[in-house]
Ligand binder design. Structure first.
Ligand code: ASP
Length: 318
């Protein structure tokens, strides 16, 4: 086993061989899921707590299903973002939960870095389910697996990530993962939504969809994250769709076999035309959701194994 980490906090610290191990394990789970043969004993006797300080539909459901499929006892804490203050309150919450001795803690938080902070205070494995604009590692892994299955490889592909890059942890984690796997990454965004300094990651930058999408193998669209904007980023949603929304005309510049992705939730008619999103010949959006469960099963399985190894050697968790 090469993935020896105690937590899954981001893609940044992972080595390509660790990414491959996570994806290979997830691929096996994807097949077992399709056959209805997921092994219930993998996480049996373990307690998984999901703490979502920010709204989520698919990620929370996906982690819950993944844990249950592998036999964990799963608990969802109802965390209202409005009732949670930063700093000490978060740490207090972590310490309280830690005292209940969970094995896996799945955390989403609106502040970048909050999940790393929490991980330093607890004894169990922590999985980052999205922290602010920072990272969303399981999303990038499920995207990587979806691409690998659709294209037969996850290297030397030309991949466009389009839209609200500035506010997107999905973009950040994907830039890292796809870069580590040696793909050619193009970022397409209006200048107001392109983060400064991003060129350092070895990506090509475009502010025009037609140019940016030319001959790409993968088109990854991003949601316009209105909740993270404090005004003035786009002229209007109509204008945004006109220039950056993915429709048939813009997609025609990509390779004929190019796949279309979106992490969800989608703003139809804003960043993507509904007919493209639903076109089963181009869109792999539902496959992304399916791979999400498999990737989360793999991540929790490997982290639980690492925790067991830590305990075996020292009697306490490493
Ligand atoms: N669901 C993804 C996230 O939590 C993408 C999005 O919200 O637009 O980051």
């Amino acid at each position: 086993m090469t993935f020896r980490a105690r937590h899954l906090l981001g893609i940044e610290p992972l080595h390509p061989t660790e990414i491959t191990e996570l994806l290979d394990t997830a691929d096996r789970y994807a097949e077992l899921n399709r056959q209805g043969r997921a092994p219930r004993d993998v996480l049996a006797g373990l307690t998984q707590i999901n703490m979502f300080f920010e709204n989520s539909t698919r990620t929370q459901a996906s982690f819950e299903i993944a844990g249950k499929r592998l036999g964990a006892d799963v608990m969802n804490m109802a965390m209202q973002a409005s009732s949670v203050k930063k700093g000490e309150t978060l740490i207090d919450t972590a310490l309280t939960l830690n005292a209940m001795r969970p094995d896996l803690l799945v955390v989403r938080h609106p502040n970048s870095g909050a999940v790393d902070l929490l991980a330093q205070k607890v004894n169990c494995a922590v999985l980052n389910a999205g922290d602010g604009r920072h990272e969303h590692p399981t999303q990038a892994l499920l995207d990587g697996l979806t691409i690998r299955r659709a294209k037969g490889r996850l290297h030397r592909l030309s991949i466009a990530i389009c839209g609200d890059i500035a506010h997107s942890r999905v973009a950040r984690s994907n830039i890292m993962l796809l870069g580590k796997m040696e793909n050619r990454i193009r970022l397409i965004a209006p200048p107001t939504l392109m983060p400064s300094g991003v060129a350092e990651f070895g990506v090509e930058l475009f502010d025009d969809m037609e140019e940016g999408l030319r001959d790409v193998d993968v088109v990854m669209m991003l949601r316009l994250q209105k909740e993270r904007m404090d005004g003035g980023f786009i002229p209007s949603e109509r204008e945004y769709f006109h220039r950056y929304g993915l429709d048939a005309a813009k997609l025609s510049h990509a390779r004929p076999a190019a796949i279309v992705m979106h992490p969800g939730p989608m703003n139809r008619g804003v960043e993507i035309d509904g007919t493209i999103a639903d076109d089963i010949n181009r869109s792999v959006i539902q496959e992304q959701v399916e791979m999400g469960v498999a990737v989360r099963m793999a991540a929790m399985d490997l982290l639980a194994r690492n925790a067991r190894m830590g305990r075996d050697e020292t009697g306490v968790m490493a």
